[in-house]
Design a binder for this molecule. Structure first.
Ligand SMILES: [Ca+2]
Ligand SMILES: [Ca+2]
Length: 725
């Protein structure tokens, strides 16, 4: 008995919170993630150690130079333990201080990503959350919204004041029970973009009523809100109501206990029409492959998007203001160039019509970190994703340049202090979503040009909300040893369950402290310390769908984009890789050969269900190219960069990758090479003609480097049938 008690105590110690002085992502890292902890200069030590669950030191190193971080007024030092790649549970130790525990694992963000997405399910209106899917947070349905009144501000000839319409489903916006088109737009788009950009991450079910229906759960979840959004459009003129709310906020009660009538659709606005148009155009694109399941839905959404666009062109400056009798969230925004640009970009991608390209370029919408009121970046990011298949009309180089310029600035911010892209000016209401949206934009640039500093800064944005911040909290409910426990979220406050509804991102530090009169004193006036884990704090501790969406995106993106360590590079034999190059040579290589090799690759990729892009080239001439259905447009750029490396070295890109790694170098930063033009990741293989040397390349992109390489080698063996070595 005594032994059991002791073991339990040790276990608790192993899992428990450490010192809040050491700031670290208390969820964890992927094996190849950039890994940093932040230590106050006052700790006095010069070195750090990483210890495993048994207390054994697995890594030690010197702390970085002291650096001041203005947002928290601290001088801090950084422990870089990126060299720790072995899966396990660890803590950082500095002097006598021990950090919160964290893990290193190949699927390290699985639970976090699932929970961040499932938070949307927990905020669904008009559906019972059953114990099967909601566990301790099961609750009856609230707000059916099957009989909603047209408010005087929204009245039209066909729908006079008091007309009853049905506007069910959708997500509650935040800690309250209302539904707002503008904020729904960016949130829904961000989920759709995560699926469009990283489909492989969303193949697993997360436990919602639609799990197992053959559709990615993230799309099912987005549809819950898209179905509602469609009802917010006036069929008579294409205009879109700005919001569906009570006249005033509900009390702190469960959804089913709140006043469910009367609820109103309130005034149409230009911003609502344009955000609706952009979101519906995006949804029509993402839903197109599901036409058999939902016949006509994709086309219906595109038509709805175009009707909303026409309304906005005819009413270009209808800025929403709350009518006198309505006091719920306003989401008012007088700057509409960015909304026009976003909608134009999505409609251009959806239709290919020049007038939308012209409308996008005409707005010349500045590219900045997205927010509900500043959405141009969403258009830029969709254009970047589709840039390989865009019709002329939008300058592809301009897209790449603009996104790189924003990322470059954000990465520069991440050079000092807490090493995060967030600056003092970025810390305002919802700052945790600001930093994740910064991470999302860094990742767009990384997808374009593979600059390692962008991936690292994006990792830092996630690390920040998971614990590497000045408060030490993990800002996602249910995660970390020091999690947020008291979000301003009506169900979490009213359900009688001690733990808050899981997976929600708190708004985070906000020096505006607009709720100070309703709350205990904030601990500091400094921006990064202006935070209260208190349910009273709607200004720093509320949750919101548009804040959780970039958490879903960044978690998925880092899972997909962080290089995988499928193969331990230390154990790959360079001699064996050279032998492959000697073995897999051609006697002649003409167009027919290239097509035959390409066909072998396609056959293999199909057999193995690999979503890859395949290219066979002679010199600069592409002789065969095929993207498997669902392959990312990014693959083309990876192929270009990997091929450049093969042309330069004469060896497979996987050989160079391993050669560099085994020599202690960084394969993402090869000396003397601009890594925007080269990539030392597996997948490009030299075409060697006996007696001539290297004449071309056979290349696969879309899988982790070792897997890309293995696919090429297997297909070449299929074709060349070399004698066994
Ligand atoms: Ca599903
Ligand atoms: Ca705006």
């Amino acid at each position: 008995m005594k032994r059991t008690v002791l073991a339990t105590a040790l276990l608790t110690l192993a899992a428990g919170a450490g010192s809040a002085e050491i700031k670290v992502n208390a969820v964890g890292f992927l094996p190849q993630s950039h890994k940093l902890a932040v230590i106050p200069q006052t700790a006095g030590a010069n070195r750090f150690e990483v210890i495993d669950a048994d207390g054994k030191v697995v890594l030690d190193g010197a702390l970085g130079a002291p650096s001041r971080w203005a947002p928290s007024g601290e001088t801090v030092r950084v422990a870089d333990f990126s060299a720790l790649t072995q899966a396990g549970a660890y803590r950082v130790r500095v002097g006598g201080l021990l950090s919160d525990p964290f893990t290193v694992a190949q699927d390290g963000y699985r639970a976090l990503g699932d929970a961040a997405l499932k938070a949307f399910y927990f905020n669904r209106s008009a559906i019972d959350l059953t114990p099967q899917f909601a566990g301790a947070w099961a609750r009856p349905a609230g707000h059916p919204d099957d009989k909603v009144l047209v408010h005087a501000s929204a009245a039209s000839k066909a729908r006079p004041q008091g007309t009853v319409i049905a506007s069910p489903k959708g997500w509650y916006d935040a800690g309250d029970y209302n539904k707002y088109v503008v904020n729904s737009g960016i949130a829904t788009y961000t989920l759709l973009a995560a699926l469009e950009h990283f489909p492989d991450v969303f193949k697993r079910d997360i436990g919602i009523p639609e799990s197992g229906n053959g559709v990615p759960d993230i799309l099912d979840e987005a549809l819950w809100n898209l179905d509602w959004l469609l009802t917010m459009q006036d069929p008579a003129d294409g205009g879109v109501y700005h919001k569906l709310t009570n006249l005033r906020f509900d009390g702190i009660v469960m959804p089913h206990a709140a006043s469910t009538t009367p609820r109103y659709v309130v005034a149409k606005s230009t911003a609502a029409a344009l955000d609706f148009a952009a979101t519906m155009a995006t949804a029509s694109r993402v839903l197109a492959p599901y036409d058999a399941k939902w016949p006509g839905l994709s086309q219906r959404m595109l038509a709805a998007a175009q009707a909303a666009w026409r309304w906005a062109e005819a009413h270009p400056n209808v800025v929403f203001k709350n009518p006198k009798d309505v006091v719920t969230g306003e989401y008012g925004d007088a700057q509409l160039a960015d909304e026009f640009a976003w909608a134009a970009a999505e409609l251009f991608i959806a239709t290919g019509q020049d007038r939308y390209a012209q409308a996008f370029m005409r707005r010349d919408a500045a590219l900045s970190t997205p927010a509900w009121s500043d959405v141009a970046a969403l258009g830029w990011m969709s254009l970047a994703h589709h840039r390989d298949r865009l019709k002329p009309g939008i300058d592809r180089a301009l897209i790449e340049r603009r996104i790189d310029a924003l990322a470059s600035q954000l990465a520069k911010n991440a050079n000092g202090g807490y090493r995060v892209p967030l600056a003092s000016k970025d810390i305002f209401w919802g700052s945790n979503a600001v930093i994740l949206n910064q991470g999302m934009m860094l990742l767009q640039a990384y997808r374009i040009n593979g600059t390692p500093a962008y991936l690292q800064a994006a990792q830092s944005s996630l690390d920040y909300v998971l614990g590497r911040n000045a408060t030490g909290y993990t800002f996602v409910t249910g995660f970390g040893a020091r999690p947020v426990m008291h979000p301003h979220h009506r169900p979490s406050m009213a359900d009688g369950v001690a733990a808050p509804v899981p997976g929600w991102l708190a708004g985070g530090p906000n020096p505006g402290q607009q709720d100070a009169k309703d709350c205990p004193p904030y601990p500091s006036k400094l921006p990064a310390l202006s935070y209260l884990d208190h349910a009273c704090s709607y200004a720093a501790n509320e949750v919101a769908i548009n804040w959780n969406a970039p958490l879903v995106y960044v978690t998925a993106a880092l899972s997909a984009l962080t290089p995988h360590a499928m193969t331990d590079t230390a154990t790959v034999s360079l001699a064996a890789l050279l032998r492959e190059e000697q073995q897999l040579q051609f006697d002649r290589f003409d167009d027919a050969t290239a097509r035959a090799v390409g066909a072998q690759l396609v056959a293999r990729a199909e057999r193995e269900h690999k979503t890859v892009t395949i290219q066979v080239s002679r010199g600069d001439t592409v002789l065969f190219k095929q993207a498997m259905p669902g392959a990312s447009p990014d693959h083309a750029d990876w192929i270009r960069r990997k091929n450049n490396l093969v042309e330069r070295t004469g060896h497979s890109s996987f050989y160079t990758h391993n050669e560099v790694r085994q020599g202690g170098g960084d394969h993402d930063a090869l000396p003397g090479l601009d890594m925007r033009d080269y990539a030392a990741h597996g997948g490009a293989f030299p075409v060697i003609v006996r007696g001539q040397g290297v004449v071309g390349t056979v290349t696969v992109s879309g899988l982790p480097g070792p897997d890309d390489h293995a696919l090429v080698v297997a297909a070449l063996k299929d074709y060349l049938k070399p004698a066994a070595p």
